[in-house]
Design a protein around this ligand. Structure first.
Ligand code: UDP
Length: 427
């Protein structure tokens, strides 16, 4: 019997409760976001249960939203049946814990199937879709929106990062960008000594090892190397293999750090192992001098504090942070790098186009044009003043627009609006 679990139980309170529901307590931007938000919001956090078969369906739906799965498979009635059959019995768990008037925020497609069952309990149901997809409707989101017709019709509101990411026909759309917490372990200031010691301890710069972090490299990262970093799940849309392809023909003192979550730790991300294998095979085929300039850091999510500290130290060590995603609703890794004053090169796709003003607080590139990506990296690596200027403005924009108190305020506005029955659409 699959049963959800509280990651954070809501405090017993007199009034209506607010509860976030997602698919995993660790791994990826959504869990990072909810964890940070709960430090600024009085709310609970429940995590649904799933099976490998269920996560294959949800990953298929995720990729189909981006127009990167075969829509023909949607014609198989078994697919959505398997999805709904996994979620339907889990409504009972919520029935025992929620009361009419409570507000539930369902995050991403993994949880959307709960909407009708929760609505029948008399709670208000909001779907926060963190995925941004605007590909040709018939290839991309169209088949998904049709498959979820029943669920979408029951929602009180939908939240997206950009207006164009919203499903059609939904009356209440709130456009709310995500946020980071500058004081969280992932982002807090680190001294040069702390950065040095973390990177040595995990074995990146010294002959050492720390349980929970696996570094794969030919030799330690030289102290004077110029560093380009990408931090991501091993998801096909993050294009880690494309990042490796960029490494060749960069100057000989430039090293590439690829940091990612151990695929075994993310149940709803079944493609991770295959992407990591693809990267390893690519590395094997690289000429030895290029291979020696690529370092893979695999971080276990079973030790969240260590993960946060390592990601923080890597982002601060990087001269340039790259996010070469092929699609992205919103890239938290980019915001995390920006709040640290790093110079960022990111793909001109999805929400990343909103996060970065090209040439002002970062650089946007076409991720399919490897020469352009390489040229942008080389330009920033060669110009410390430019990196500093971009980084300073990047930090300013994050502090102004992308912090947790702002996100908590946006949610408060949403809840007040749907609770009063008002039908405003927030720009
Ligand atoms: N992340 C992490 N450890 C890793 C790789 C990623 O903690 O090894 C975090 C990263 O710092 C960020 C989140 O996972 O907070 C990824 O969020 P993003 O929005 O960039 O992408 P998503 O995974 O949601 O598609």
């Amino acid at each position: 019997m699959l049963t959800p679990a509280w990651e954070v139980e809501p405090a017993a309170a007199g009034g209506p409760q607010l509860v976030h529901v997602n698919a995993t307590a660790t791994g990826g931007g959504v869990s990072e976001l909810i964890g940070g938000l709960l430090r600024h919001q009085d709310a609970g956090w429940a995590v649904i249960a799933g099976t490998p078969a269920f996560y294959h369906v949800t990953k298929y739906l995720h990729m189909l939203l981006h127009g990167r799965s075969d829509p023909e498979q949607m014609k198989d009635p078994q697919l959505m049946r398997a999805y709904r059959d996994t979620l339907a019995p889990q409504v009972e768990w919520f029935a025992q814990r929620l009361t009419p008037g409570d507000v539930v925020i369902l995050h991403d497609p993994q949880t959307l199937g709960l909407a009708p069952g929760l609505k029948a309990l008399g709670v208000r149901v909001v779907w926060h879709c963190h995925i941004g997809a605007v590909v040709a409707p018939e290839r991309g989101p169209g088949p998904v929106w049709r498959a979820f017709h029943t669920e979408l019709a029951t929602l009180d509101a939908v939240v997206t990062t950009l207006p164009e990411f919203a499903p059609p026909g939904v009356r209440h759309v709130f456009v709310i960008p995500p946020a980071v917490d500058p004081s969280a372990p992932k982002n807090r200031e680190l001294t040069a000594g702390e950065i040095h010691s973390v990177l040595a301890r995990i074995g990146l710069t010294a002959d050492s090892a720390t349980p929970g972090v696996t570094v794969t490299q030919e030799a330690p990262l030289p102290p004077d190397a110029r560093v380009v970093l990408q931090v991501s799940r091993w998801d096909p849309l993050k294009d880690m293999p494309g990042v490796v392809r960029c490494a060749v023909r960069l100057p000989a003192d430039v090293h590439l750090l690829l940091a990612g979550t151990d695929p075994a730790d993310i149940p709803d991300d079944p493609d991770g192992r295959a992407v990591l294998t693809e990267v390893q095979e690519l590395l094997r085929d690289l000429p030895e001098p290029d291979r020696a300039r690529v370092h893979i850091v695999n971080i276990s999510l079973r030790r969240p504090e260590l993960n946060a500290l390592v990601v923080n130290a890597l982002q601060r060590r990087a001269d340039v942070v790259l996010q070469k995603s092929l699609e992205e609703g919103f890239g938290l890794t980019v915001t995390e790098a920006m709040v640290k004053g790093r110079a960022v090169v990111a793909s001109a796709v999805g929400g990343l186009r909103e996060q970065i003003a090209n040439g002002r607080n970062g650089v946007l590139v076409d991720p399919t044009d490897l020469d352009a990506v390489r040229a942008a990296l080389a330009r920033l690596l060669d110009d410390a003043d430019l990196r500093r200027d971009l980084g300073e403005r990047a930090r300013e924009v994050v502090l102004e627009r992308y912090t947790m108190p702002r996100l908590a305020d946006d949610y408060s506005h949403l809840i007040a609006t749907i609770s009063s029955g008002e039908t405003t659409v927030r720009p």
